[in-house]
Design a protein around this ligand. Structure first.
Ligand code: FAD
Length: 414
């Protein structure tokens, strides 16, 4: 028998949430990651507990916009055609999930998960004593063109039918809420139930500190292989050492496929790359996360300054940062907020994304002692806490109180 109950690979929002939930339930947990907790994609996101964001990128409009995506430079969604040609199956599965009926089915599953997100996250915020990092002013979504405002109608009606709370507000009222907006506003929606984390990296660090205080251990090494048998799982670490645990959780985000034996190498895990720019002294430009629909990014007041974060680039994990994408954010940020000073920092992150935009959660096919917990695409900050609670349930043999079929690792992905 292994001394360790659960080894968690990856100390991002998803891995640390899983580790803390399990440690709070009294398990002996070891967290494995060569990088500091929360320093990956979980650090640089748009800081929003986006419980409203159930409409996936997979949408029938992608078919209409495909030529512009492949060859245009002014779109919030960019696609590397060389990457697409190298990964035709991922691309075809992604496109198959853009069909109207499939897109609606995905949003139904996401809405159900998101309705439970706070219940998974709040106990961790409380355990970590991180309440000061949380703001509850909702999220403001704006459309700047009449075409965009009209085009939003069907999606908003569908969200309403799924029970997502939001208020349509007049453009003048939106301007009063956020006087820093320099754009014309054609339509505005206040997602009243959304919250913001002022510093997502600090949240993960506080959760990790609580995990450690409860007796959890951290090994600052890379997992290079996983091997499961009937009694447990052996991890091989970067220093050549082995680590044995009764169960292992694979939560290495977009990098989960790179660990042989974990089972993710057989799944179509891709990445949607996203960028941010930081402006240290400019946090007061907005008072809550503001999403600009046509621009495809958010302006967020964080503890470290104003953050412009978002856009989607479908390209390789290892490709260098795309300067055009950063220039796009800077240019469009000035359209949203008026002139901005020179940026203090820029960042590229890797959303872990399946072609059906749903997370992967549950026992690895053929290796039930390895639990998959990755693929949270645009919603890992929001759904990390819930994921951790589900992982703890599964480790204890409990059936979580939600349907796992649509997110299990052995589902069909198109
Ligand atoms: C621009 C942008 C904006 C976003 N905005 C939001 C938002 O507002 N709200 C929201 O909910 N989500 C948002 N997201 C998505 C969210 O950030 C991700 O879904 C989330 O961070 C994924 O968390 P993770 O723990 O799976 O991955 P990560 O945070 O990437 O963590 C993975 C960890 O695994 C480790 N690792 C990798 N390989 C190994 C290995 N071999 N051995 C051990 N460890 C390994 C890495 O070092 C890393 O620490 C945004 C993403 C981007 C890019």
């Amino acid at each position: 028998m292994a001394d360790i109950d659960i080894a968690v690979v990856g100390a991002g929002m998803v891995g640390v949430s899983s580790a803390l939930w399990a440690q709070l339930r009294g398990h002996r947990v070891v967290l494995v990651d060569p990088a500091p907790p929360g320093s990956g994609t979980s650090a640089g996101n748009a800081c929003t507990i986006a419980t409203y964001a159930c409409l996936p990128v997979n949408d029938p409009s992608v078919f209409r916009d495909l030529p512009a995506l492949l060859f245009g430079r002014g779109s919030p969604l960019a696609l590397s055609w060389t990457h697409a040609l190298r990964h035709p199956l991922w691309m075809l599965a992604f496109l198959a999930n853009c069909r109207s009926a499939r897109s609606r089915e995905i949003s139904r599953v996401l809405a159900d998960l998101l309705s439970r997100a706070d219940a998974g996250l709040n106990p961790l915020i409380e355990a970590a004593g991180a309440e000061d990092l949380v703001e509850a002013r909702g999220q403001l979504q704006v459309w700047s063109t009449a075409k965009g405002a009209r085009g939003a109608e069907a999606g908003l009606a569908w969200k309403r039918s799924l029970g997502v709370p939001f208020e349509e507000i007049e453009p003048d009222a939106a301007r009063q809420m956020e006087p820093g907006l320099a754009l014309p506003i054609a339509r505005a929606v206040h997602h009243t139930g959304a919250r913001q984390i002022r510093d997502p990296e600090a949240l993960v660090q506080l959760m990790h500190a609580r995990f450690t205080a409860l007796g959890g251990e951290t090994v600052a090494e890379r997992a290079t292989a996983m091997a499961a048998d009937d009694a447990g799982v052996t991890l091989t670490l970067g220093d050549g050492q082995g680590l044995r645990a009764a169960r292992a959780v694979l939560a290495a985000g977009a990098f989960s496929r790179r660990i042989p034996g974990g089972g993710a190498e057989r799944l179509p895990l891709g990445t949607e790359r996203g960028y941010h720019l930081m402006f240290a002294g400019e946090a007061a430009r907005v008072t809550r996360p503001v999403g600009w629909a046509e621009g495809g990014f958010y302006a967020v007041p964080t503890a470290r300054g104003l953050r412009l974060a978002g856009t989607v680039e479908i390209a390789a994990l290892g490709a260098p940062p795309n300067r055009e994408r950063l220039a796009y954010l800077a240019r469009r940020g000035a359209e949203l907020l008026g002139p901005l000073p020179a940026r203090d920092a820029e960042w590229l992150g890797f959303r872990p994304t399946m072609p059906d935009a749903l997370p992967v959660l549950g026992p690895a096919p053929g290796a039930p002692r390895i639990l998959h917990a990755f693929g949270h695409q645009h919603l890992g900050l929001t759904l990390g806490g819930l994921t951790g609670r589900i992982i703890a349930d599964l480790c204890e043999g409990w059936q979580p109180n939600l349907a796992l079929e649509p997110i299990r690792p052995d589902r069909r992905f198109f």
